[in-house]
Design a protein around this ligand. Structure first.
Ligand code: IFM
Length: 463
C-alpha cells in the first residue's frame, strides 16, 4: 500500500446546493423556484417527493457546519438560493435571504473553511420562468443583476465564485428532454437557453470582477468522455455527436469563442437550426462568453459509451456489468477523469481546474452503531482521488476536489431515491448519520493523502 500525498494548499471540500438541502420552501421570504413548481406537477419526480423540507439545512445549518469542521475540509462548495434572495427574480433583494448566506459565510471563515459559492445551481425563480425563463434573453440580464446583489453583499469575504452549475443539464434536461424543470421539450428552446446561460456567464464574470477585484471566477461543467461502443464508423460518429453537444457545445464558446461547427451542422441536419447563422447569438456575445476564466470547475461522474441508434442519433449503451454501475446507472470509471483533465488543460489550455463534484449513489444499509457501512462509496472516492493525484503528478493544474455530497439530498427527478451523501439523512426526522466514507474522507484530509490498496486497482477496460 502506498500513500499518495497532495500538494500543500490543495482544497479538500464537499459540495451541496441550495435547492437540494435547504428546504424551508416558504420561510424567510423565499419565493418559489422552477423546481418547486415542477415537483408539484404529476409524474415529474420518481418517488413523487418535493424539495419543500428535504434536509432542513435552513434550520440545521449550524450543526451541518459542525460536520464540515469534523470532516476537516478547508473548502465548502454551496449555492445561494436565487429565489431566496430575489423571490420574484427582480427588484429589491430579500434581506432575510441575504442574511442567511451572510451568516453562513462568516461562520465558514471563522472555522477556517473557504466558501466556494455557486450562483445558479438550477433554482431559477419561478417568476422569471413565467417571463420565458432561460429561453428568453431577459433572464440573462436578470442573472447578472442577481450576481451583483450577491457580490455586493458577500464579495468582501467570498473569493471563489461560480456562475452556473452544469449548463448542459439546464438546457438539455430542462428544455429538450423535459426530465428536469421547467419540463420543456423543445430543442430550439434548449439551444437558446444554452446560449443565454453562456452569455450571462460572460456578463456576470465582468460584473463580479468589477465589484470584487480579488475574485476567482469560473463556471462548472459536467464533462464526460464519449467513447464509441465499437470501432464501426457509425458508432464513432455517434460518439462525436454526443461529444459535440455534451462537452464541446460549452467548452468551445467558453474557451475558443465559437460553437463547434460539426455540432452546429448536426443540429441543422436534425432541423433544430435553419442555418449556421445562429439566430440567438448577437454581435459581441461570443467575445463576452470567452472572458478568461480563473478556473474551470469540472463535475465528473462517469464516461459515456455511445452506439448509433436506428435513427443515426447517439444512444448511450451500458458499458459495464450491473455491479460496476452506481445507482444512477453510471459506470464507475476513474480513468475517465484523467482523460477529462488531460483534455481541458491540454486541448483547451485551461490553467486551473477544481473538481467541483465527484461522488456516487449506492444503496446504503440501515445505520448500525451510529454509522452506515458504504465500502463501495469509499472505493469510488478513493479511485477518483487517485486519478486526481496522477493528474497532478503529471503536471495538470488541479487545485481542489469537492466530494458530492455532504448529505443525502433531493436528487432532482429522482427525488430521495438516490443517496450521494457522506452522511445519511432520515428525511422523516432530519437525523444525519455518518457513513464510513465520511470517516475515510476525514482521515484522508487529515493526512492530506490517499492510500491505495490492492482493491483500488480498477482494470483499465475498453468497450
Ligand atoms: O445532484 C447532482 C448535482 O446537483 C449536479 N451534479 C450531479 C449531481 C448528481 O446527479
Amino acid at each position: 500500500m502506498a500513500l499518495h500525498r497532495f500538494p500543500a494548499g490543495f482544497l479538500w471540500g464537499v459540495a451541496t446546493s441550495a435547492q437540494q438541502i435547504e428546504g424551508a420552501r416558504n420561510e424567510g421570504g423565499r419565493g418559489d423556484s422552477i423546481w418547486d413548481r415542477f415537483a408539484a406537477m404529476p409524474d415529474t419526480i420518481e418517488d413523487g417527493s418535493r424539495p419543500d423540507t428535504t434536509c432542513d439545512h435552513y434550520h440545521r445549518w449550524r450543526e451541518d457546519l459542525g460536520r464540515l469542521r469534523w470532516l476537516g475540509v478547508n473548502a465548502y462548495r454551496f449555492s445561494t438560493g436565487w429565489s431566496r434572495i430575489l423571490p420574484t427574480g427582480h427588484g429589491a433583494p430579500n434581506p432575510a435571504g441575504l442574511d442567511f448566506y451572510d451568516a453562513l459565510v462568516d461562520e465558514l471563515l471563522a472555522s477556517g473553511i473557504e466558501p466556494f459559492l455557486t450562483l445558479n445551481h438550477w433554482d431559477l425563480p419561478d417568476a422569471l420562468q413565467q417571463r420565458g425563463g432561460w429561453a428568453a434573453r431577459e433572464t440573462a440580464r436578470a442573472f447578472v443583476a442577481y450576481a451583483e446583489v450577491v457580490a455586493r453583499r458577500l464579495g468582501d469575504r467570498v473569493r471563489f465564485w461560480t456562475t452556473h452549475n452544469e449548463p448542459w443539464c439546464i438546457a438539455t434536461l430542462g428544455h429538450e428532454e423535459g426530465s428536469h424543470a421547467p419540463g420543456r421539450r423543445s430543442p430550439q428552446e434548449a439551444l437558446r437557453a444554452a446560449h443565454h446561460l453562456l452569455v450571462s456567464h460572460g456578463w456576470a464574470v465582468e460584473a463580479i470582477r468589477g465589484l470584487v477585484p480579488a475574485a476567482q471566477v469560473g463556471i462548472v461543467l459536467n464533462l464526460s468522455p464519449a467513447w464509441p461502443a465499437s470501432p464501426a464508423e457509425a458508432d464513432r460518429d455517434a460518439a462525436r455527436q454526443f461529444d459535440g453537444f455534451f462537452n464541446r457545445w460549452y467548452l468551445d464558446p467558453l474557451l475558443r469563442g465559437r460553437y463547434p461547427a460539426d455540432a452546429v451542422a448536426d443540429r441543422i441536419r436534425r432541423g433544430h437550426l435553419a442555418s449556421a447563422d445562429l439566430p440567438f447569438v448577437q454581435d459581441g456575445d461570443l467575445d463576452r462568453v470567452r472572458a478568461p476564466l480563473d478556473y474551470l470547475g469540472v463535475n465528473y461522474y462517469s464516461r459515456t459509451v455511445l452506439a448509433a441508434g436506428p435513427d443515426g442519433l447517439p444512444k448511450a449503451v451500458p458499458a459495464a456489468p450491473r455491479e460496476e454501475l452506481t445507482e444512477m446507472g453510471w459506470e464507475v470509471y476513474p480513468d475517465g477523469l484523467d482523460e477529462v483533465l488531460g483534455r481541458v488543460t491540454g486541448e483547451y489550455g485551461v490553467r486551473s481546474v477544481h473538481i467541483t463534484e465527484n461522488g456516487a449513489a449506492f444503496v446504503d444499509p440501515a445505520p448500525a452503531d451510529g454509522r452506515i457501512a458504504d465500502p463501495r462509496r469509499i472505493a469510488y472516492l478513493r479511485d477518483h482521488l487517485l486519478a486526481v493525484h496522477r493528474a497532478i503528478a503529471a503536471g495538470v493544474p488541479v487545485h481542489g476536489y469537492f466530494a458530492w455530497s455532504l448529505l443525502d439530498n433531493f436528487e432532482w427527478g429522482q427525488g430521495f431515491t438516490r443517496r450521494f451523501g457522506l452522511y445519511g439523512v432520515d428525511f422523516a426526522t432530519g437525523e444525519r448519520t455518518p457513513k464510513d466514507s465520511a470517516f475515510w474522507y476525514r482521515d484522508s484530509i487529515a493526512a492530506r493523502a490517499v492510500a491505495d490498496g490492492p482493491e483500488s486497482c480498477i482494470a483499465r477496460r475498453k468497450p
